[in-house]
Ligand binder design. Sequence first.
Ligand code: SF4
Ligand code: SF4
Length: 197
Amino acid sequence: MIENYKKYLEFLNDKLTTFFHKQKPYIQCKEGCAKCCQNAEFPFSQIEVIYLMNGVSKLDDETKNIVADNVKKIKEAKRNFKGEGKFLYDCPFLINNKCCVYEHRGIICRTFGLLYIGENGRTQVPFCCFQGLNYATVLADDKSTISAEKYKALGIEQEPVAFNIRYGFLTGSDFEKKFNFAFGEKKPLIDWFVETE
Ligand code: SF4
Ligand code: SF4
């Protein structure tokens, strides 16, 4: 089944590479920028976790220990979390602002940073837009969407385009059927780790 998931990932990567290329004038992503790996929930399905753990098995012992320590701290923070809403955390695989399992990262990780079509069918900006990063030059003054006026004023040939890349869509049954595998259960990445003490 993992081989079929890898075929799906190849298909997805090709699509996303094209999307990022089309949006190049609005994209600020570069090595060392890791805001998208922080302060979030990171939904992962079972097949993604299996593939991720394949990547973990290739890490050296020192890196594995850092990840284990990160997981322990996040688990503890979650246990003590009294806030309302979702528990958000920095990804345990983020070490020195770099993903230590990059080739094996999840689906959500691959979509960070693009304009997307939200559940309500409207264009949504990636959150790092509000931090002056992707699409910040064309963010509308009310900060709810993209400004066509700003885009036109910049004179950029490529139009900002929202893609259908929501996690729920990309992990839907159509792709399971097309590539003959199952995503399995989905939950926040940190919930896949069992506490050992
Ligand atoms: S998606 Fe945003 S936060 Fe993530 S690397 Fe790109 S610019 Fe940085
Ligand atoms: S797995 Fe890697 S890319 Fe995905 S959130 Fe964690 S550090 Fe970021």
